[in-house]
Design a protein around this ligand. Structure first.
Ligand code: S3P
Length: 406
């Protein structure tokens, strides 16, 4: 399991064993059950994750001169990480000087070298100009949503001293600190990378697996997408997975507008889906689907729940459009569940005639990978009421959708 603020320190006394880096840092965020089942071993993947995200960006710590902004729990851990990984001089700046002094004294004693120099934040001009410039890691909460217009230091002269700026704040994706960093030509790393790699490190520890760079990149792209999109929700999944019913409940709960691509198409064509299939053929229907989706992607509407016809995610073009619209949730239902829900339905041309269960099984198998590719979140709907599914969607998108009244 993961442990978060305010228990990252106090959980240590409950552990059976602790990873040496986490012990030196004095904070644990990941618990892994001991192989003999006897209690838990604690790790700090916030820091291994940060280290890994820097490595992945080809940013070294060993021998580097580092500036750390802030002296809270995270800044302390980052200072430890830099010291342990062999940074040269580390400047630790904080508004309350005392806190920075304490951390510096503690790390210098532990590492047996005077690597950390604490300073008052407002004295940042006293940081010497050096050849090769500084790696700066921003560890305060300044600039975090919803107060996005602030940076901890606004002065251009400071940013000219940096070769790289890392902001541990990841909402918004591009903080004011990173905008200043970029403006003066330094490399920028968003805190989203650390968020990603702390999770990957934890996942690897729990499951004894290795996540490949391709997999990590794929998840990162999804993270970026979900941060840069509006608060809309797109429900995808097989026929009978519950999209239409759940989207209505969800829209009511969030105060959003519910839109169904099938209904939209039927209204525009002034005929039923069944008649469109029969008179114009499936290909014409698929063109209408893409057209309908494009309309929503281009109109820039916000606060909508879009229930997407079951075949939409199959086209790559449609998957791209969906991601422009909002967060994509894949509602998954087993063939048997779909069969029970739709066995008496006559509106879906693809599920008519003999051997309906077999048709469902085959089609679902064929489509699964497209649904997975399109999805930001996957939710199973078997044995759940539409109400329960809607609540689960709200939980898993919490903070990302703009239905703050929820
Ligand atoms: C289809 C799903 C249906 C409808 C049409 C084709 C499909 O929508 O668009 O019958 O190819 O899966 P629902 O998923 O809303 O049933």
């Amino acid at each position: 399991m993961n442990v978060t603020i305010p228990y990252k320190n106090s959980v240590i006394r409950e552990l059976h064993s602790i990873d040496p880096l986490a012990e030196r840092i004095g904070a644990v965020n990941t618990l892994v059950r001991e192989t003999d089942g006897n209690g838990f071993r604690g790790y700090n993947t916030d820091m291994t994750g940060l280290y890994r995200s820097l490595q992945q960006e080809n940013i070294a710590i060993a021998g580097e001169s580092v500036i750390i902004l802030g002296a809270g729990g995270v800044a302390r851990a980052v200072a430890y990480l830099c010291a342990v990984k062999g940074a040269g001089q580390i400047y630790l700046l904080n508004r309350t000087r005392d806190k920075a002094d304490k951390i510096a004294a503690e790390i210098n004693a532990g590492e047996k070298r005077d690597c950390v120099i604490s300073m008052q934040l407002s004295d940042y001009r006293d940081i010497p100009e050096i050849f090769g410039k500084y790696l700066c890691i921003q560890c305060t909460s300044i600039g975090m949503y919803p107060r996005e217009d602030n940076a901890v230091i606004e002065d251009a002269a400071f940013y000219r001293k940096l070769h790289t700026g890392v902001d541990l704040v990841y909402r918004p994706f591009e903080t004011q600190f990173l905008k200043h960093t970029a403006q003066y030509g330094a490399k920028c790393v968003s805190g989203l990378k650390m968020l990603l790699y702390q999770a990957i490190d934890a996942f690897e520890l729990w499951n004894q697996v290795q996540i490949t760079q391709d997999q990590a990149d794929m998840v990162y792209r999804k993270l970026i997408r979900s941060f840069s999109r509006k608060g809309n929700i797109v429900l995808i999944g097989f026929m009978g997975s519950g999209k239409s019913t759940v989207s209505q409940i969800l829209a009511d709960k969030l105060g959003y507008t519910c839109i169904d691509t099938d209904v939209n198409i039927e209204q525009q064509a002034k005929m039923t889906i069944r008649d469109i299939f029969a008179s114009r053929g499936e290909e014409a229907f698929r063109q209408m689907e893409t057209g309908s989706l494009r309309e929503f992607a281009e109109c820039g509407r916000d606060r909508i729940v879009l229930s997407a016809g079951g075949g939409l995610p199959l086209r790559e073009e449609n998957r791209t459009l969906m991601h422009r619209i909002g967060k994509v949730i894949f509602l998954h239902a087993q063939p048997q569940t779909v069969y029970e829900r739709l066995k008496d339905d006559h509106t879906r041309p693809l599920l008519q005639g003999e051997n309906v269960l077999e048709k469902i099984e085959n089609l679902e198998k064929e489509r699964e990978k497209y649904y997975q590719m399109a999805a930001d979140f996957v939710i199973t709907t078997d044995q759940k009421t539409p109400q329960e599914v809607a609540d689960e969607i709200i939980r898993c998108t919490a903070g990302m959708v703009q239905g703050e009244e929820v």
